[in-house]
Design a protein. Structure first.
Lengths: 142, 799
């Protein structure tokens, strides 16, 4: 997948750049997006805890339906810029049954995914907003 | 009884052994006394030392099996495996080690702060709601489901379908919260043995064995069956008897008929009793319309008739068993109560303590201060059902008398007679058996309930030599009707087909559990959409189907990624689109599909309302709901957003249709009139009066959205809802601004006119200018805080 010279990409292009189908198949939530403020440092990679409720159990039962990438979008509102992409270990979804529903662990591999090098800084065209109250509640499936 | 017989195997047994050694998955339907344990033992030996697991139904059976099976076979219960795998971490919270928590305590932990009104005149108390939540968790733990859903909510007597739907809507998220607490080792809610079994199943465990022998599969809960069925690397040898499935009342499901396997075999030759007892057992198999009949062993001289000195008296209920033991004791025989006396003794001692001191050392009942509280707990709380028989006995005879009786009872090994229930007698055998009289014939001489017929079958097949069947003799004269099939559980299982048609009342409470709770609402809607899709008969190119599909596509694309406000609007569209499709005349002949759509519409509407309430709550708590700090200039920008919204709405073809529609034109007229007022007055007469006008506009737009007919396109609904939502927010901010100005005005000038004059600031005032006294745009931060609090309080009151 070629990134346009102006580095403005749509969500389908972002997905394809990560090797995912351009459009999210029914019942699949394979790309998890979280926002961060412009200039924020990237949070520690072992501390992704989101208000996922019991999604992790469902994804553990059906590994093909859960997120495999976490993309961090920089910006308080649209436009967003890709900050980093992390690979998720799908087999470890639900490995934190004792966590409260609003602090479920996202089992990231802990290293930037290879595609980060070409995607970082790209502007993502979307009218998405992340308006939930708590930081852990601000996520979306792209 | 688990014994190893070394009689040469019958042809049926040889077939089972051969199938086991062949390596495929095997299901064996084994009648009472047909030597299934001996057969399994022979099969285990024939499997040449392979490491295996014999999964027993209860601890007693597992212990007995350990004495006869070779060392290569580990005999355990599923609970024991789960306990070793992690259940031990919850040791301190298990029954007997932790205090029992009454339902009001559960309600407190779950944050259930209010009673729940249902329908017009029914109110569920907090405690009742908590009981339903915990019962939902129990049903989930018995199931093989990955998450708690609507199907786990138990039926409630006296609720109609609509009210039950509302209840389900409330209970499922609470049950998920409860489960989140339960699964944490230091959680506060009561923890049961079934909970760690469920946690183990959810982890997808692998049992390290070449084969798994799963006994009494007809009485396994789906959770245990799922664990065994997922052992793809181990050979599955499943044994049971569908005619002895006597634990359906507590969630067990007979999985034998549908168990996937390579071979399905039967054992019909009984080694326990002779032909007369077999004939008696076959009467009950006739009643059950069973697929097999038993053959008695001709060499055993079994007879039917009076037994004056029974070894065992099999009763239907615990209370009768205790009475029989007491009667035998009074008659001078050494009697034992087969149900076990330890718990009854502790309960009686607790009753004495509570009645005399108001305290008891019995840890489980430490939360109670009077015996009457225990009685109420047992009577009204499902969690106390296991104590019910004991409490009744104590109330009938008195605690002191019960204790005296227990002291005089013998142990089962030394007793001359044992009184026992049919449930407890399963898996055992005795020489001389009498059936007690509390197995009642159905009053209307209609079909025998299937569960009762199975219990009778279990009872009569416990005898080896002599059976006194007096308590079940009525089967000879009872009309020969096949036992009625009944639901697996006594509690009502919600049937998707009989759930509500339209949910009447919008529940507009915000999602207190935040996004995690809202996600569960989305999950319910998704399952209902899927349920409709699965049965849809409408052509895909029908305009209303297309409309619903488009709305669903927008929801699926976004989930809850946006603010709850926009998400709420999308679900409102979904509700409208589903209702519009349900109203299509073509669906008149498809009641199931129409009902599914109406259910989807109703729940989407509730979900939308709750998301809207969540967004509103977030708005009120945020800085965004404060006064316009830039005075009129900033307030005007708010007004411009509303103007854009109004123009967007008025440009839609739907607005014109509404104006011509006799049913809706009144709404249209009110919106226009309100808008005319806003346009002519603007903000000139002060923020308070302007706030009233924008509030009116919000209300009229919301009323039209409520009245949106199925004929109108769902796609135009968001335009109208945006107008309503933005107007409401604008009104809140204008009121907050008015509050600030009012607070600052001298007492003598506190008139609307004075406020209006202050609100109109000279042109050119910078919105970001900070004055020397710390004010921002003329309003200090202290005043901002005060105004925000004031506006929040007012909005909460109004809402």
């Amino acid at each position: 997948m070629t990134i346009p010279d102006d580095r403005i990409i749509t969500v389908p292009v972002l997905r394809q750049a990560l090797g995912l189908p351009a459009e999210r198949p029914d019942g699949v939530r394979d790309l998890l997006a979280v926002p961060c403020g412009l200039g924020d440092s990237v949070p520690p990679r072992d501390a992704w805890r989101l208000a996922l409720g019991d999604w992790p159990e469902i994804w553990h039962q059906s590994p093909g339906t859960g997120p495999v990438f976490l993309v961090m979008l920089e910006g308080a509102a649209s436009p967003y810029f890709v900050a980093t992409v992390e690979e998720i270990l799908p087999g470890r979804w639900g490995s934190d049954p004792e966590s409260p529903p609003d602090r479920r662990v996202v089992p990231v591999r802990g290293t930037d995914y290879a595609a980060t090098a070409k995607l970082a800084g790209c502007r993502v065209q979307t009218d998405l907003t992340f308006g939930w109250d708590d930081v852990g509640e601000r996520y979306a499936f792209l | 009884m688990l014994t190893a017989s070394w009689i040469p195997p019958t042809g049926e047994q040889l077939a089972v052994i051969d199938a086991c050694t062949a390596g495929g998955n095997v299901v064996v339907e084994a009648g009472a006394g047909t030597g299934k344990t001996s057969t399994l033992l022979m099969a285990a030996i024939a499997m040449d030392g392979k490491r295996g697991i014999y999964l027993a139904y209860n601890r007693t059976t597992a212990q007995a099996a350990r004495k006869v099976f070779p060392a290569s076979v580990t005999c355990v219960t599923a609970h024991a495996l789960a306990y070793r795998a992690g259940g031990y971490r919850y040791d301190h919270r298990l029954p007997g080690r932790a205090q029992r928590m009454p339902s009001w305590g559960v309600a407190s932990v779950l944050g259930i702060g209010q009673d729940l009104p249902l329908g017009k005149d029914l109110v569920l108390t907090r405690a009742h709601l908590a009981r339903i939540v915990m019962a939902t968790v129990e049903r989930f733990c018995h199931s093989d489901s990955p998450v708690i859903g609507a199907a786990h909510v138990p039926g409630v007597r006296g609720l109609d379908a609509d009210s039950f739907a509302e209840l389900t809507w409330q209970v499922v998220p609470m049950a998920r919260l409860a489960w989140a607490d339960i699964r944490v080792p230091d959680g506060r809610l009561p923890f049961k043995h079934d909970h760690y079994l469920k946690l183990w199943q959810l982890n997808g465990p692998t049992i390290p064995a070449a084969f798994v022998m799963f006994d009494e599969a007809q009485d396994a809960n789906p959770v245990t069956a799922a664990i065994v069925q997922n052992q793809h690397d181990a050979q599955q040898i499943i044994v049971g008897d569908s005619c002895q499935a006597i634990y359906g009342w507590r969630g067990a499901q007979d999985t034998l008929p549908g168990w996937p396997c390579d071979q399905r075999l039967r054992l019909r030759q009984s080694f326990r009793f002779g032909e007369q007892v077999a004939a008696e057992a076959n009467k009950w198999l006739d009643t059950l319309d069973a697929a097999y009949r038993l053959a008695g062993l001709p060499t055993i001289p079994s007879t039917i008739g009076t037994v004056s000195d029974p070894e065992v008296i099999i009763c239907r209920t615990n209370a009768e068993a205790f009475e029989q033991a007491r009667a035998a004791q009074l008659a001078g025989r050494r009697a034992a109560f087969g149900g076990g006396t330890l718990e009854l003794k502790q309960l009686a001692e607790a009753a004495l303590d509570l009645n005399t001191t108001g305290r008891t050392g019995y840890a489980e009942l430490a939360a109670f201060r009077r015996w009457g509280q225990v009685r109420d707990y047992v009577r009204t709380d499902a969690a106390g059902a296991d104590l019910a028989a004991g409490v009744r006995l104590i109330d009938k005879h008195g605690a002191a008398a019960i204790l005296a009786m227990i002291d005089q009872l013998s142990g089962t090994k030394t007793a001359q007679v044992i009184a026992i229930t049919a449930h407890a007698a399963k898996g055992h055998e005795w020489e001389r058996v009498r059936i007690a009289a509390d197995f009642r014939e159905p009053s209307a001489r209609g079909p025998v309930p299937r569960s009762e017929a199975m219990l009778a079958y279990v009872a009569v097949t416990r005898a080896r030599i002599r059976l006194d069947r007096s308590g079940l003799a009525w089967i000879d004269t009872h009309p020969p009707v096949t036992a009625k099939k009944e639901p697996a559980m006594k509690t009502r299982k919600p049937d998707p087909d009989d759930e509500p048609t339209v949910v009447k009342d919008l529940i507009s409470s915000p999602y207190a559990g935040g996004r995690a709770q809202a996600e569960s609402g989305c999950r319910i809607i998704a399952s209902e959409y899927d349920a409709w899709s699965a049965i849809s008969t409408m052509p895909g190119d029908h305009p209303k189907v297309t409309q619903l599909g488009q709305v669903w596509h927008s929801i699926r694309n976004r989930d809850l990624g946006d603010d709850p406000g926009p998400a709420g609007v999308r679900y409102r569209m979904l509700s409208h689109a589903a209702a519009a499709l349900a109203a299509v005349p073509d669906l008149a002949k498809q009641p199931a599909e129409r009902a599914a759509l109406e259910k989807l519409a109703g729940h989407a509407r509730i979900h939308s309302g709750r998301l809207h309430a969540t967004a509103e709550q977030m708005f009120l708590r945020s800085r965004k709901s404060g006064p316009y700090t830039g005075n009129q200039a900033e307030a005007r920008s708010g007004s411009r957003i509303i103007e854009d919204d109004y123009r967007a709405w008025s440009r839609t073809p739907t607005a014109s249709r509404v104006a011509r529609d006799s049913a809706l034109s009144t709404h249209d007229k009110r919106i226009r009139e309100t808008w005319d007022q806003i346009r002519s007055r603007g903000l000139a007469d002060g923020p308070s009066a302007a706030a009233d006008r924008y509030q009116d506009l919000a209300a009229t737009a919301a009323a039209l959205a409520d009245a949106f007919t199925p004929a109108l396109p769902s796609a135009d609904l968001p335009v109208l809802l945006n107008l309503a939502n933005h107007s409401a927010k604008h009104a809140i901010r204008l009121r907050a601004t008015a509050d600030v100005l009012m607070a600052e005005a001298p007492a003598a000038d506190q008139t609307v006119q004075a406020v209006a004059r202050q609100f109109e600031v000279p042109p050119g005032t910078s919105t970001s200018a900070r004055s020397s006294d710390g004010q921002e745009g003329g309003v200090s931060s202290r005043r901002l805080t005060r105004a925000r609090r004031s506006s929040q309080a007012r909005a909460e009151r109004e809402r």
